[in-house]
Ligand binder design. Structure first.
Ligand SMILES: Nc1nc(O)c(N)c(N[C@@H]2O[C@H](COP(=O)(O)O)[C@@H](O)[C@H]2O)n1
Length: 381
């Protein structure tokens, strides 16, 4: 469906109000999953008359909340919304109809909803009702609010962040396997926030056997911005890549609140049954060279409405995901220490024999977190 975009994608006022709507949407960072983060601002005669943001799937969308706040002042208002108003009956009624009923004059949306149940139909419905609609104001900022939601609908897989902690010489563990702790408490708290914003945390059997990790969110609602102190903290689904069901049923992550999926390729056997009895959900996936096909895993997670994955694994699984072209972002915490060449590296990437073979990266951000550095980078594959 062709949707006309203004040449400037919004004038100064449009961009200002859309920036506010994006700020509102941010408040849903830790709660909306699997729904997108969406914010909405209603403006009449230059005054903001209503604001709303989507908090949780099953609860009202951003637009009806902004309309409720504006009341009668919504008539003839301009609506700034970070995602196209929906046109379908999902868990909640269609926002486009609510905007039409309220008599708004104009709608500015940052981006078309990639959900095929909407995908331009919301814009079309508003225009049919005589409402002027502009699409594309601060579009890239709006897409960045929901990298996983967008990726899931556009490419059929989640947005994957690969988190790693290393010394300044790029080592993640001593040869003995000892790795606690390379980075500071501040960096580990920062990781907790990334976990809280993710739909799933994926790890490998090696990490489970070596570290017995919890892979849960241990921050309280009061410590996560946008959440009310009494909001329940959502636990992302934990996923263990374990080809032959060798995860110990006593693994710490199986005893914690939240779901644990174990994905493998082996036939169901007594070990598999013991894991199911311990509370895990087992999924058999296609194999790729004797291991779980990671592309098939990501497709399966997308089918289960997983938007953002935090991959917290060792060099084998992290390297395999990079090689498979499945890592969208590397989130690397680098501590001010040196661990020496006997220690383990970040990515297992065999077959890089010439400089032409190396994996290029685009640095997205570098910042200090306590005494450590946090580098966010995008593989350039
Ligand atoms: N425009 C808009 N505003 C919001 O606040 C939203 N949460 C969405 N979400 C879209 O609607 C789908 C979910 O619908 P239900 O919450 O089940 O009714 C979601 O997949 C988006 O396409 N859109």
């Amino acid at each position: 469906m062709a949707l006309s975009r203004p040449a400037t994608a919004g004038d100064g006022d449009d961009r200002l109000h859309m920036a506010r709507a994006i700020g509102l949407a941010e408040r849903g960072r830790y709660t909306t999953d699997p729904n997108p983060r969406v914010g909405c601002v209603l403006v009449r005669d230059g005054q903001v008359v209503g604001e709303g943001w989507h908090r949780r799937a099953g609860e009202p969308h951003a637009e009806p909340l902004a309309l409720a706040q504006a009341g009668e002042r919504a008539r003839d208002a301009t609506v700034y919304v970070t995602l196209e108003p929906c046109s379908h009956h999902g868990r909640t009624p269609p926002c486009a109809e609510a905007l039409i009923a309220a008599g708004v004059a104009r709608v500015v949306c940052a981006m078309v909803d990639p959900n095929p149940r909407v995908a331009g139909r919301g814009v079309e419905r508003l225009r049919q009702a005589g409402i002027s609609v502009d699409v594309g104001c601060l579009e890239s900022e709006a897409r960045a609010l929901n990298p996983g939601f967008v990726k899931r609908y556009e490419q059929g897989r989640p947005y994957v962040r690969c988190k790693l902690a290393a010394s300044l010489d790029g080592r993640t563990a001593l040869a003995t396997g000892e790795s606690k702790w390379i980075t500071s408490e501040a960096a580990r708290r920062d990781v907790q926030r990334w976990r809280a914003g993710s739909s799933a945390i994926v790890t490998g059997l090696g990490t489970v056997l070596g570290d017995d990790p919890s892979l849960n969110v241990r921050l309280t609602a009061a410590e996560l911005s946008g959440m009310a102190a009494d909001d329940p903290v959502r636990q992302p689904c934990r996923v263990v890549v374990d080809s032959h069901w060798r995860t110990p049923p006593t693994a710490r992550l199986l005893g914690l609140p939240g779901r644990t999926l174990i994905v493998g390729i082996g036939p169901r056997d007594t070990a598999a049954a013991a894991l199911e009895a311990a509370g895990a959900e087992l999924i058999r996936l296609p194999e790729q060279a004797g291991r779980v096909d990671l592309a098939a895993l990501m497709a399966e997670l997308a089918r289960r409405e997983v938007n953002e994955v935090l991959l917290e694994a060792g060099s084998t699984l992290s390297g395999a995901a990079v090689r498979a072209g499945l890592v969208d972002e590397i989130l690397l915490y680098q501590a001010p220490c040196l661990m020496g060449q006997a220690a383990k590296g970040l990515f297992d990437l065999p077959g890089i024999d010439t400089m032409l073979d190396r994996v290029g990266l685009e640095i997205l951000e570098v910042r200090s977190i306590g005494r450590d550095l946090r580098i966010r980078a995008r593989p350039d594959l």
